[in-house]
Design a binder for this molecule. Structure first.
Ligand code: CUA
Length: 486
């Protein structure tokens, strides 16, 4: 017999390397690890874990018996002398063959019964007898998760909020490639496949914060495509929903947040919505997200827009960049400055106009980036007294330039440049000649109230929001302002 010290050097080195790596990998399975399937917090995950443990112990018993028999036979019947005499040769043994056919059949039946029961319970839709089912649509994007609550008309991203002890029924979709939706401690994983909706339900039985992870390789940032599940008491969940319908208070005039708001409107708002609190904004965001996708997919190389996380009440979140970093002023500044320093491959950096620089870093000063970060962190449910439409006038004078900067400048330059929509230089002269029978005033007003009525060649329909919500005074002011662009 070899002793360890007699093993070849390469084998010893291999063992020295493999053992600690294996121990390290196994340590990730401890129940208190954030992505362990052993420390379960819901009936779906615990049924799955119980099934795994049951099959595991059967496998352990089979392993010990089979390996034991192999080791016993190879020692007991080993070649003892240098004689060439063959052992007694045999063929066929009915008793043995029947036994080792029946035993596996019994084992498979024992495994099949709980497996089929669990599959039936878990693939049959959210159970209505365990509480009122909450419906959520989860959508995979490269590389982040969008969550829509159709019954509550709430949209958010990367942090999923659910109530404790209530079944949640998910419709799983993908906008681009195949992703997989997985919350290890609460439920198993199911793929998110483009053009083919899948379904999964889960239920959390402990309040807390849980990790989610995309579990299907989906491109360069796959490992960084995470999310959080925040499990609330029923009361806190209802408060969260109410908060998502309460506008943020506007920043004080002259504050860093106010400057950040203007900068955000001019540089970020064509892809990121920050104000999905008002009635109607849910449907608006769904059509905007679709339009961003259409815009991107129609010109993957040069598109100035991409599907992007909704940032409504972003300041209430605890994580950044789909759950990979704690959210604070410092990390947010780092993210806005150079997203790939945190998460390589972001579409934002590939497409947004502010990153069209030699080094790929944002074309903004450190102060400007800091202001945008402060503004985003200030986005929280407000006192509830603010008018919910962005830049809308509530009596008093309407500042058309401010309206334009806040609502239009992210997509329209005042020069000839195409950002997302056409550049507006000369629109004052051309507006009257665009559509037969419409005066300049009528054409501009129609563009604001029914953006898809007339689309300039080469631009994507369905992208521009309907600005009716700004109110008549603001629309009149914008029309007058646009006519000054000669
Ligand atoms: Cu999405 Cu991996």
């Amino acid at each position: 017999m070899h002793r360890v010290s007699k093993l070849p050097v390469s084998l010893r080195t291999a063992l020295l390397l493999i053992v600690p790596v294996a121990v390290g990998l196994l340590a990730a399975c401890t129940p208190d690890n954030n992505q362990s399937t052993f420390g379960t917090a819901g009936p779906v995950a615990s049924d799955q874990a119980d099934l795994f443990i049951f099959i595991f112990w059967i496998a352990v018993v089979v392993f010990i018996l089979v390996e034991g028999a192999v080791i016993y036979a190879s020692i007991r019947y080993r070649r003892r002398s240098k004689s060439d005499k063959l052992p007694y040769q045999t063929h066929g043994n009915d008793k043995l063959e029947i036994t080792w056919t029946i035993i596996p059949v019994l084992i498979l039946i024992a495994i099949a019964i709980p497996t089929l029961t669990d599959i039936w319970e878990q693939q049959n839709g959210a159970p209505t007898d365990r509480g009122e089912v909450l419906s959520v649509e989860a959508i995979g994007h490269q590389w982040w998760f969008e969550f829509r609550y159709p019954d509550h008309e709430v949209i958010t991203a990367n942090e999923l909020h659910i109530p404790v002890n209530r079944p949640v029924g998910f419709k799983l979709e993908s906008q681009d490639v195949i992703h997989s939706f997985w919350v290890p401690k609460i439920a198993g994983k199911v793929d998110m496949v483009p053009l083919n909706d899948n379904y999964l339900w889960m239920m959390a039985d402990e309040v807390g914060e849980y990790y989610g992870q995309c579990a299907e390789f989906c491109g360069i940032a796959h490992a960084h495509m995470r999310f959080r599940v925040i499990v609330h008491t029923e009361e806190d969940f209802n408060a969260w929903v109410a908060g998502m319908h309460t506008a943020s208070d506007p920043p004080a005039a002259g504050s860093a947040e106010a400057s950040g708001k203007t900068l955000f409107a001019g540089n970020c708002s064509s892809c990121h919505t920050t104000n999905s609190t008002a009635p109607g904004s849910y449907a608006q965001e769904i059509s905007s997200q679709q339009a961003r996708w259409n815009g991107w997919v129609s010109d993957i190389e040069n598109s100035g827009i991409v599907s992007a996380p909704n940032l409504t009440h972003f300041g209430t979140r605890s994580t950044l960049a789909s759950g990979i970093k704690d959210l604070n002023q410092e990390s947010l500044v780092e993210w806005i400055t150079d997203p790939s320093s945190i998460k390589i491959g972001t579409r934002m950096q590939d497409h947004a106009a502010i990153y069209k620089t030699a080094d790929g870093k944002a074309k903004l000063t450190a102060d400007e980036i800091s202001d945008i970060a402060k503004y985003l962190l200030s986005l929280k449910p407000g006192s509830g007294t603010t008018d919910q439409t962005m830049g809308a006038s509530i009596g008093g004078d309407v500042d058309a330039v401010e309206l334009f900067t806040t609502n239009c400048a992210a997509c329209h330059s005042t020069g000839d440049d195409k950002i997302v929509g056409p550049g507006l230089a000369g629109i004052g002269d051309q507006a009257g000649n665009r559509v037969d029978g419409l005066s300049a005033d009528e054409y501009l007003e129609q563009s604001l109230r029914e953006p898809d009525a007339y689309i300039v060649d080469g631009f994507t329909p369905g992208l521009m929001p309907n600005w009716e919500k700004l109110g008549d005074d603001s629309i009149d002011a914008l029309v007058t302002y646009l006519k000054t662009m000669k």
